[in-house]
Design a protein around this ligand. Sequence first.
Ligand SMILES: Nc1ncnc2c1ncn2[C@@H]1O[C@H](COP(=O)(O)OP(=O)(O)OP(=O)(O)O)[C@@H](O)[C@H]1O
Ligand SMILES: [Mg+2]
Length: 210
Amino acid sequence: MSIISIKNVTKNFKKNPLLENINLDIDKGKIYGIIGPNGSGKSVLFKMICGFLFPDKGDILIHGEKIGKKERFPDNFGVIIERPGYIANKTGFQNLKELSLIRGTIEDRQISKTMKLVGLDPNSSQKVKNFSLGMKQKLAICQAIMEEQQVLILDEPFNALDIDSVKRIRELLLKFKDEGRTILLTSHNQEDINICDIVYRINGYQLEQA
Ligand SMILES: Nc1ncnc2c1ncn2[C@@H]1O[C@H](COP(=O)(O)OP(=O)(O)OP(=O)(O)O)[C@@H](O)[C@H]1O
Ligand SMILES: [Mg+2]
């Protein structure tokens, strides 16, 4: 069974068509890329997969179960969609700690380890309000992966990262794939797309294999 199934999904905003009757199956252990111009609906598609927005028509199934306003979102998904809200006056570690308390499944050690993995210093006393764009992006990556989430929905995960960090995160995602995790990402950069097993382009309100 597919991890995520998008079935005949249509989404419009005020009668402006965005996605028309699209279908997509996401299977375990692969990296999927979604490309398309600005405003073509990539982020909207990801928001629908995460249940932040709903299709006008069609269904989205997660592990075979329809998601809707009433259903709970599966908790093994790690998500980056736009910039998450952080507590400005706390450090990176403190922010991740607060987030980790929601699920209560990881220890401080795991938070520190993940921060180091993406190139953040867990012991830094710098508050998030003083973080650079790239540092905030790394924090976003941390929250999406620190609990070993098995499905990663990453909207432009490489945004604002320097060259070495991009390389590091690409390698990390490939390692996750080898571990059997499933990744769906968007990017405007061809080199990021090269790590994907399957790439779809949004074109003319449709999803076509690139
Ligand atoms: N909540 C909303 N209400 C109305 N229109 C919206 C809403 N969210 C997105 N849109 C519109 O839907 C279209 C697609 O937006 P989306 O953010 O999915 O584009 P994108 O493909 O992610 O672009 P980018 O490459 O710039 O990130 C845009 O025209 C946007 O203005
Ligand atoms: Mg977008």
